[in-house]
Design a protein around this ligand. Structure first.
Ligand code: SAH
Length: 244
């Protein structure tokens, strides 16, 4: 597609995805364009995001979500996006890796309604939205230690997030936390929680977003032993009384 025919969203995706070392095809651009239009349209009803410009959505939602592909190369895995909000990072990742089984979870009903509608309108297969809390799922036989990958962006501080996410990960699988540049201190104080819940930090990768000068840190945590009984604690307790 000649560059002059691309909209701003597509131009940013084209340039930014190449900076991330990803090769997005033209049909992927179309899916992101549809996602953008649906997001902006539904935002009026649901108040999903304060970011609505084409460049901003391309960089801060779509490309930011795709940064996690640098650390995740497994195809066909069962992936949970915990606290997905308007679909981030799960839906952009699914557009680029259609072979995965994706479960998008949020405790806010209206967000789950939006994501469910989005999945249908984008025609995504093997993707499902679920209205639930991480604590409930992590204690249920259906979901406890079932996911190969749990990914989460902007949901809770690291020690809280570890209790929400690690119980869902199968031993041998990974939990990927997507954080901003100020997360180093928060991360340092989460060491005990991560270890207690069966995790071990494998990588912490600092990276710059494409196009705009903002930093992110991706933490890849391997589940090396089962989460002990008693975790996660009851809904709300992980945030109210974080493991320190
Ligand atoms: N990941 C999205 C949304 C971040 S906002 C993004 O990066 O844009 C955090 C989301 O996590 C909210 O939608 C909130 O409803 C959800 N959330 C917070 N605690 C949760 C829990 N315990 N279980 C499930 N979802 C939770």
């Amino acid at each position: 597609m000649p560059t002059e025919l691309l909209g701003l969203l597509e131009e940013c995706l084209d340039r930014g995805s190449r900076e991330l070392g990803l090769n997005l095809g033209r049909e992927k651009f179309a899916a992101f364009r549809d996602y953008y239009e649906i997001l902006v349209e539904e935002n009026k009803k649901f108040n999903l995001t304060s970011i609505t410009g084409e460049k901003e959505v391309a960089v801060k939602h779509f490309l930011d979500s795709l940064t996690c592909l640098r650390l995740l190369d497994q195809g066909g895995a069962f992936v949970i996006d915990l606290g997905t909000g308007a679909g981030f990072p799960g839906v952009p990742v699914k557009i680029c890796r259609p072979e995965m089984d994706l479960l998008l979870v949020d405790s806010a009903k209206k967000k789950v309604q939006f994501v469910s509608d989005l999945i249908e309108r984008l025609g995504l297969e093997r993707a499902e939205a679920r209205w639930d809390r991480a604590e409930t799922m992590g204690s249920s036989s259906e979901y406890r230690e079932k996911a190969d990958i749990v990914v989460s962006r902007a949901v809770a501080p690291m020690n809280v997030l570890a209790e929400l996410c690690l119980p869902l990960v199968v031993p041998g699988g990974v939990f990927l936390a997507m954080k901003g540049p100020g997360s180093a201190e928060e991360f340092d104080s989460a060491g005990r929680a991560i270890e207690l819940l069966g995790g071990r930090v494998e990588r912490a990768e600092r990276m710059r977003l494409p196009i705009i000068p903002e930093e992110r840190i991706l933490y890849l945590i391997r589940k090396i032993s089962p989460t002990p009984a008693g975790y996660p604690r009851r809904p709300g307790i992980p945030a109210k009384r974080p493991i320190v």
